[in-house]
Design a protein around this ligand. Structure first.
Ligand code: GLV
Ligand code: MN
Ligand code: MN
Length: 412
């Protein structure tokens, strides 16, 4: 493990995170800075300014991923890539995503301060729309970059106001037309992402660092139940095609069908859209989301494949359409990167353990392109996707120290 004079600054990193947290700040220390909004743009501008301070080159690609790059001594060497996302959930915290981007910036800032040039270039990326809360699914930036989907694959996806993903993307690209463009896709030497754990394990075991072994699989579905609007006071219940009641039947049937005695399968219905959404009209349409996760590929496939039948069986007078919008199989990170992170944590004198990720991350798609891994820091009470999300400045700094050491080892 290389010893170096480079020192990441706990204070600078924390101050930058707090500056970012002011953009889209909501009650309870939270953040609402969803993808491709003015807040997202403002956060990216902050990053661009900080990158300029250390002479990093800034560019964006066709998926609006934001790239900061510092050159290495070997111009032909593939870069080491690190980063995460700046977009948040509608009721999100200050650290989910933003931490990994700011930690990456802190790594190149620390090297800049110490006058260290690595052999390989180092790139820091802020991926577009990791959360998928405004435009489903998430990870559209990293999937476009990794080539799993064309960048136009989600053009027709709309947010709750009816704005198309393609429109919001074009708007943001236009707002950033002063930034140089780079081609979509690249082949880094390795990818390492720092992130808060978003679960309770590290804190419960009083550990500094999680060396992430892999990410459980996820599937997202959109279910649309169609009925007929009618007068709440006059239409006999027996004659109604009530999309609300039948959607509720479907959700309850699903929650029973997805019960797992071992409590490993994760089933969530987090969004419901009702039309016409009026107290005295029978609903003619209800759309709801399903987020299903499991660490085993076959179990995720098998349980998820039953969803359309369960939903159809719950219908009485309504019709239903089930559409799958996202399917990411469970992923194991590269053993060499896992070992490198573990060695870095050990060399820094931090307590650590191997841990699996319940959340999905852009690293899942970077791993299709190059060797990849992740570093977790503890989350207070395991709380995330919640304004109360918290990790202390000192805990975050430890994660960044491990990131710095890992990037140095990989970049030479
Ligand atoms: C990421 O935000 C996830 O939902 O896992
Ligand atoms: Mn995240
Ligand atoms: Mn998240």
């Amino acid at each position: 493990m290389p010893q170096s004079a480079a020192r990441a600054s706990e204070t600078r990193q924390w101050n930058r995170l707090m500056d970012l947290a002011e953009i889209g700040a909501i009650a309870g220390n939270g953040v609402n800075r969803q993808a491709l909004t003015p807040g997202d743009r403002a956060a990216r501008r902050l990053m661009v300014g900080w990158a300029a301070d250390i002479g990093a080159t800034v560019s964006i690609d066709e998926a609006n991923n934001l790239w900061l790059r510092v050159e290495g001594s070997d111009a032909s060497a593939a870069p080491v890539l690190t980063g995460s996302h700046l977009d948040s959930q509608p009721k999100g915290g200050r650290f989910d995503g933003a931490y990994g981007v700011v930690a990456g910036l802190e790594v190149i800032a620390a090297l800049h301060d110490a006058g260290i040039v690595t052999r390989r270039p180092i790139e820091v990326v802020a991926w577009t729309n990791e959360e998928g809360s405004r435009f489903a699914p998430g990870c559209t930036g990293s999937m476009s970059w990794a080539g799993t989907h064309d960048v136009h694959h989600w053009d027709e996806v709309r947010d709750q106001e009816g704005v198309y993903y393609s429109t919001a993307l074009a708007e943001q690209m236009k707002a950033e037309s002063d930034l140089p463009r780079r081609p979509l896709g690249s082949k880094p030497y390795a990818y390492v992402e720092a992130h808060i754990e978003q679960g309770p394990i590290l804190e419960a075991e009083a550990l500094d660092i999680g060396v992430v072994t892999g990410i459980q699989g996820s599937r997202w579905f959109t279910v649309t139940v169609s009925g007929e609007s009618a007068h709440a006071g006059t239409a006999p219940v027996s004659l109604r095609k009530d999309a609300m009641i039948e959607a509720m039947r479907a959700i309850l049937a699903l929650s029973e069908a997805m019960h797992d005695p071992e409590d490993v399968l994760r089933f969530t219905v987090g969004r419901l859209a009702v039309s016409p959404n009026a107290s005295n009209s029978v609903a003619d349409s209800v759309t709801f989301s399903i987020d299903l996760r499991h660490p085993d590929t076959e179990t995720l496939r098998r349980r998820g494949d039953t969803i359309p039948d369960v939903v159809r069986a719950a219908m009485r007078a309504c019709t239903v359409v089930v559409r799958e919008s996202f399917h990411a199989d469970p992923l194991a990170f590269a053993p060499a990167v896992i070992d490198q992170i573990e060695q870095a944590a050990h060399a820094a004198g931090f307590s650590h353990r191997r841990i699996a990720s319940g959340a999905f991350h852009d690293a899942q798609f970077a791993a299709r392109v190059c060797q990849a891994g992740m570093i977790f820091v503890p989350s207070r009470a395991g709380i995330s996707h919640n304004p109360a999300e918290f990790t202390s400045a000192a805990q975050l700094a430890k994660g960044t120290e491990v990131l710095l050491r890992t990037v140095l080892a990989l970049a030479g």
